[in-house]
Design a protein around this ligand. Structure first.
Ligand SMILES: Cc1ncc(COP(=O)(O)O)c(C=O)c1O
Length: 416
């Protein structure tokens, strides 16, 4: 494949922005690929190469690129105005759609990104409980603000985060009730546990049996709020996210990605008595010029309405077909790897037998993943460039299932 135009674009971008990318995860060697358009499950780069997209912008595009229902509401809305700085019916519709679907969402506040959502959910938890600490999971990602990029056991080194801030973030292993119990026992200044119900930023790691139920029980007993960060899992694992899928209801949840229909979006939602602490009703300040803007709201509402229960069933069934074919390829070719999946998300971890937490995931052979990524790219499949990311399916991948199975089989054979 000729990728000369991408390479030229990258050389220019490197002079203009750090690392040549607007978000670090997009960088890869020898250079990222510049995309000019996406339709359904396909993307086309600036050199005209076509790819089946399995990265799907890291999660938002559950209906594929440029879904007609989303495009048509956006075309209508753009002529009516893109931001008003005042409430709009579109914003009310999106909030109503979210509350209808998400079990914990007695009240919803719209923001502009997952990062904003988790940042404000932590401030809200601190304001509500009057406590300072938070507990997060090793390998859990909640966006790029100080509290969630911290670890009290590893003092920050010149990364711009204050040691004092980091001292309030305690990190425990996912799927370990013991570690969580131990931190909760030793520390009575914890406002919240914030966690992805399914880890989605170290590949995919699903909860072991009863784990989420136990976390719910332990946090309730200690009067610590439970925040599910459903920025990835919300509207992906089911219409009501992981909390509906596993039937474990947090006090607060954060959302993003899918709820914006492909536009920048975020929300926090939760119990009414907690949410009422947000300004202007309560003392916890939170605000945003573009929050609830009618473009995002219209696109998000259209996307959520498209995703009927039948569509979720079909998407999860189609994803499990591909995942079982990848599993067969791994087995037939005697490749040592763990294949983790949840609904329409999956990832392959080379040279490890099982991945149940962040530490397990870090042990995988990333070099082999990079080899697979490059081979798949040359075969016209765009997987997430980094080993500890997730392959996302959309409803539109049904048209390319056969190709995906064949390409995985062909390319996995070459991984040694
Ligand atoms: C679980 C989770 N939370 C929060 C975020 C941050 O969201 P955003 O990139 O919209 O700020 C991400 C981003 O990937 C995420 O995966």
């Amino acid at each position: 494949m000729n990728r000369g135009t991408s390479q030229c674009n990258y050389q220019e971008m490197r002079k203009l922005t750090p690392g040549g990318v607007s978000s670090p995860v997009r960088a890869f060697e020898p250079h990222p690929i510049f995309i000019k358009e996406g339709k359904g499950c396909m993307m086309t780069d600036v050199d005209g190469n076509e790819y089946v997209d399995l990265c799907m912008a890291y999660g938002p595009l559950i209906l594929g690129h440029s879904h007609p229902s989303v495009v048509s509401v956006l075309e209508r809305q753009i002529g009516k105005g893109t931001v008003f700085g005042a409430p709009s019916p579109e914003e009310k519709d999106l909030i109503a759609e979210i509350s209808k679907r998400v079990p914990c969402a007695e009240m919803v506040r719209l923001v502009n990104s997952g990062t904003e959502a988790t940042m404000h959910s932590i401030r809200l938890a601190r304001g509500y409980t009057g406590k300072r600490g938070i507990i997060k999971m090793n390998g859990g990602f909640h966006g790029s603000h100080d509290a969630v990029l911290s670890d009290s056991s590893q003092p920050p080194k010149k990364n711009g985060i204050l040691r004092e801030t980091a001292s309030f973030t305690h990190v425990v292993e996912y799927n370990s009730e013991e570690q969580l119990a131990s931190v909760l026992e030793k520390n009575d200044d914890v406002a919240a546990v914030i966690m992805e119900p399914v880890l989605g930023n170290v590949g995919v790691v699903a909860p072991k049996k009863d784990y989420l139920e136990n976390v719910r029980k332990m946090t309730r007993e200690k009067e610590v709020l439970l925040i599910f960060d459903e920025v990835i899992t919300g509207f992906r694992l089911s219409s009501g996210g992981a909390q509906k899928f596993y039937n474990v209801i947090p006090d607060i949840c954060t959302m993003g990605k899918i709820m914006g229909g492909g536009l920048p979006a975020g929300a926090l939602a939760g119990r009414k008595d907690i949410m009422q602490n947000l300004a202007p009703e309560g003392p916890v300040y939170q605000a945003g010029t573009f929050s609830g803007n009618p473009m995002t709201a219209a696109a998000g509402t259209a996307a959520l309405r498209e995703m009927t229960e039948e569509r979720y069933t079909a998407l999860n069934k189609m994803s499990s077909e591909l995942i079982s074919s990848v599993s067969d390829s791994l087995e037939d070719n005697r490749i040592s790897a763990a294949l983790n999946a949840a609904g329409s998300m999956f990832q392959i971890f080379f040279d490890v037998s099982a991945v149940n937490n962040g530490t397990d995931a870090q042990k995988c052979n990333r070099g082999k993943y990079t080899d697979l990524f490059r081979r798949m790219l040359d075969s016209g499949v765009y997987m997430p460039p980094a080993a500890l990311e997730v392959n996302f399916m959309s409803t539109e991948h049904r048209l390319k299932l056969q190709k995906l199975s064949e390409e995985f089989d062909k390319n996995l054979r070459c991984i040694v």
